[in-house]
Write a protein that binds this ligand. Structure first.
Ligand code: PGA
Length: 254
């Protein structure tokens, strides 16, 4: 794992966008695995700026998002399909037909999950963007006794419901289930970029980097992937540095 620490959220976002932009410039028909949540917002804003001011071209890019709430669709402000349109897809020249998310409104969610798994098999990601939950989840792969393998319907944990209620009018409105890619599709990406910002992620990040690989910290599986970049702002890196003595300069020399 390569760990990069930035002074603040803005620097983190700019550098994350640069990595995505390099991927798209080097391989214009890249398949990007995309994530929602607060963390990638700054990166998406920077990608939009690069599209507007620096001709970053998404016309040949395909994207697959990690997950979608069950019961929400494009008419709902809080669905992930709406999030992606609002913050990225409507502001760049990606072909809307080449942007995929699981179908949160499917009559048969299990079947929708199977369909998404098949689709993901057909278009492997060149670069997968990930956020991380305070409980260590990636996508909506919540802590459990085993690592979930395939795209599946999942119950959100209480900690995730509470963390996400800030986007809804009340806790009751937060969906209780989602369709999420499992670990197989996440780990199949050629390269993975995980972003974390803020002190509330600091302990989880230290568990991910220095703890054992365990399904109780789902992101810890990334230790088994050959090409992972973790970008952190200083608050999210605090435990690594203060409790574990992590030194970025030393790592660079290895
Ligand atoms: P956040 O969510 O970026 O809003 O903190 C990350 C996640 O839950 O994966």
């Amino acid at each position: 794992m390569e760990i990069q620490i930035f002074e603040n959220y803005e620097e983190l976002s700019i550098n994350a966008a640069r990595l995505v932009a390099a991927q798209v410039r080097l391989k214009p028909d890249s398949v990007l695995g995309l994530a929602t949540g607060s963390t990638p917002l700054g990166m998406y804003a920077e990608l939009v700026r690069m599209h507007e001011e620096e001709n970053l071209d998404f016309s040949e890019v395909t994207s697959l998002n990690l997950d979608e709430y069950l019961g929400l669709g494009e008419e709902d402000d809080q669905s992930y399909v709406s999030f992606m349109r609002e913050h990225l897809f409507s502001k760049i020249n990606i072909d809307p037909e080449a942007t995929y998310l699981p179908d949160g409104l499917a009559a048969d969610p299990e079947e929708a999950a199977m369909y998404y798994e098949m689709l993901a098999d057909m278009v492997p990601r060149d670069l997968q963007i990930l956020g991380i939950g305070r409980n260590g989840h990636i996508g909506f792969n919540e802590p459990d006794d085993v690592f979930p393998v395939e795209t599946h319907v999942t119950d959100l944990t209480e900690s995730t419901i509470q963390a996400n209620q800030r986007f809804f009018k009340s806790e009751e409105e937060v969906p209780r289930q989602a369709i999420t890619m499992g670990m197989k599709q996440i780990m199949a990406a050629k390269k993975i970029l995980l972003l974390a910002s803020g002190a509330e992620k600091a302990e989880t990040i230290a568990d991910l980097v220095f703890g054992e690989v365990t399904s109780q910290v789902p992101a810890s599986i990334l230790n088994l992937h050959p090409d992972v970049v973790i970008m952190l702002d200083e608050p999210a890196a605090r435990y690594l540095v203060e409790e574990y003595g992590f030194d970025e300069e030393e790592e660079d020399e290895d």
